[in-house]
Design a protein around this ligand. Structure first.
Ligand SMILES: Nc1ncnc2c1ncn2[C@@H]1O[C@H](COP(=O)(O)OP(=O)(O)O)[C@@H](O)[C@H]1O
Ligand SMILES: [Mg+2]
Length: 278
């Protein structure tokens, strides 16, 4: 009988998810928004969460952001069971959420938006220090912002998204949740936000990306978790899954335009192969 050495065990890199959900369930009156959801998010990966309208994506985000308490299930952070009773508790844990409305103050400049509500503490940051920290943060994100002293109202949609994401990093989170970050953006600006998501992954953050855009998901995510009618309906590694498979998991339909088309293509392929063999 062989015994494994405890030293070898200790040296073995154990990959444990930063964030782990098991059996998470949430109802609103008679509506079962989420049922028995499981989800793991590791450091340095982008997990896309996709699903049709009403699938439960926003409810899941709100549970993690401390907006809604779950009715049942467990949430673990670094392997420890936690509760997230408030948005402050979520931030405290190390979860930063960028909601779709961004919650920026249009009339304030970039620096003020980045440090809004963060000037608290033993001492207030002086303007010069905030400005240099703003530039350093934006540089780390390779963000293209012309000036940190212009009102956020005058920035493009992509730049505003960038400011909202940069602001979420000030508390040094471990997990960043982005709710439809490219939904309102044109192609070039969306590409910039996708670059930004890659910077977040490089920094070792776990990124949860809620998105309707399969091209974005396939371009930037490492994994995709599908929700359907409030339940898990597939968890795929992006290199292993096709667009059609993701769509089928989202719609749950074996009979829809997309799956029928995929089926026709497969049949055509099989016919071609048959011919080649003959
Ligand atoms: N605050 C709420 N009160 C009542 N029902 C809600 C509430 N929030 C979400 N729901 C319901 O929960 C289900 C999931 O919604 P949601 O999480 O917003 O889905 P998604 O973001 O995927 O579109 C839907 O049926 C929705 O109507
Ligand atoms: Mg939603």
């Amino acid at each position: 009988m062989t015994m494994e050495s405890p030293i070898a065990d200790a040296e073995r890199p154990t990959r444990r998810p930063v964030l782990s959900l098991r059996g998470v369930t949430k109802g609103f009156g008679a509506v079962r928004a989420l049922t028995d959801i499981h989800l793991d998010v590791y450091a340095g990966e982008v997990v896309a969460i996709v699903g049709d309208n009403g699938a439960g994506k926003s409810t899941l985000v709100k549970i993690l952001a401390g907006v809604h308490p779950p009715d049942a299930g467990t949430i673990a952070f670094d392997g420890e069971p936690v509760t997230i009773p408030s948005p402050a508790a979520s931030k405290e844990l190390g979860i930063a959420t960028v909601f779709q409305d961004l919650a920026l103050c249009d009339n304030l400049d970039v620096v003020s938006n980045l440090f809004l509500g963060r000037e608290v503490g033993r001492r207030t940051l002086d303007e010069e220090e905030m400005e240099s920290r703003a530039w350093s943060l934006l540089r780390q994100l390779s963000a293209r912002i012309p000036s940190v002293r212009i009102a956020v109202a005058s920035l493009s949609g992509g730049q505003r998204q960038t400011v909202a994401i940069a602001r979420s990093l000030i508390g040094e989170p471990r997990i960043v949740i982005l709710d439809e970050p490219t939904a309102a953006l044109g192609v070039a600006q969306a590409a910039e936000v996708l670059n930004l998501i890659e910077r977040l992954r490089e920094r070792g953050l776990g990124v949860v990306l809620i998105s309707h855009n399969m091209a974005d998901v396939q371009a930037v995510a490492d994994r995709v978790a599908v929700l359907r009618l409030g339940r898990n309906n597939g968890d795929f590694r992006i290199p292993d899954v096709s667009y059609e498979e993701i769509i089928s998991a989202i719609t749950g339909a074996t009979d829809n335009v997309v799956s029928r088309r995929a089926e026709r293509l497969n049949e055509a392929e099989r016919r071609d192969e048959g011919r080649a063999e003959a």
